[in-house]
Design a binder for this molecule. Structure first.
Ligand code: GFB
Length: 276
């Protein structure tokens, strides 16, 4: 509740005044610890859960901490769903990510492809922990008829993101990078070649879609929450856009010693467009 999407939901919660919102954080409960999680659920007795908690990082953290990204997220997700079931929570909306789809697919990616092949090696641990969240949600629905669904956002950006140069996602990391480059009058370093393609969704737009998913979407199938295929942008054009915002577009360097990660993961949002 205190991260990128949690703060975005906080900014629109007054539109849903019939609900009482509790924005949790790791300071209030260690979701990686089952008994802490059970105790916390007993205290707050949630009717609905939007499950945004995750051990995340950008490409470079996913590459260097694969065990943690798998192990900690597996434990966290198992605790959240088990405690939600044990406390008879009416609905849980969990977040996967478009980076968890198979790397070798026919584009554009749609919801049915989630388990059709291995994820990109760069985020192998994170991707499998998220795929198991899909499996766990479906098993609870099958065995107990729990209303546990998963949504699949594309890359998210917005206020209250993690602007770490090492562990942040690309947009906040490049904003920070460009800010320092201009301040110190040095080149604006963009990692990789700039060729990869990404779709990005603004956190407040995603917040509206998360609330819609919670209140309106109850299907077995996951749903991609993304901008359209035509809104895909190269990292190079993204970097130029950020440099223009800083009025510093004449000193960009693409440092190809760094990995590009997945070249693309173009997602198809036609299922979402059917509803919205
Ligand atoms: O957001 P990002 O780190 O992760 O974007 P993914 C990585 C792309 O941006 C790569 C380039 O092509 C990088 O080469 N890039 C350029 C940079 N400069 C930078 C920089 O300073 N920092 C970063 N981080 N990238 C994410 C997953 O994959 O997809 C997340 O890591 C999440 O867990 C998200 O699932 C949806 O887009 O490659």
């Amino acid at each position: 509740g205190t991260g990128l999407v949690g703060n975005a939901i906080k900014s629109i919660k007054d539109k849903y005044s019939e609900h009482t919102f509790i924005f949790s954080s790791r300071l209030k409960c260690d979701l990686i610890n089952y008994s802490d999680t059970y105790k916390y659920f007993s205290e707050i007795k949630p009717d609905y859960i939007i499950h945004l908690a995750s051990i995340v990082g950008g490409l470079f953290k996913n590459m260097s901490h694969k065990v943690d990204m798998f192990d900690l997220n597996m434990r966290l997700n198992m605790n959240v769903l088990r405690c939600a079931h044990e406390h008879k929570v009416k609905k849980v909306v969990s977040c996967l990510s478009t980076c968890v789809f198979p790397d070798n697919v026919d584009y554009p990616i749609n919801e049915s492809m989630l388990h059709n092949g291995e994820p990109h090696d760069s985020n192998y641990g994170y991707a499998y922990s998220k795929r198991m969240l899909d499996v766990q949600s479906k098993l609870y629905r099958q065995q107990y008829n729990d209303n546990f669904i998963c949504v699949i956002p594309t890359n998210i950006y917005g206020e209250h993101d993690n602007y770490s140069l090492e562990n942040g996602h690309v947009i906040p990391a490049l904003i920070h990078q460009c800010y320092l480059a201009k301040k110190e009058n040095r080149p604006f370093i963009v990692k990789g070649s700039g060729e990869p393609l990404r779709q990005f969704i603004y956190s407040k737009d995603l917040a509206e879609l998360m609330m819609w998913s919670l209140l309106e979407y109850n299907k077995w199938d996951n749903i991609i929450l993304s901008v359209g295929e035509k809104d895909e942008i190269s990292i190079k054009d993204l970097a130029i856009t950020i440099s223009k915002a800083f009025d510093y577009e004449d000193n960009i360097i693409f440092d190809t010693q760094y990995s590009n990660g997945q070249h693309k993961k173009t997602a198809n949002n036609s299922l979402l467009l059917k509803y919205k």
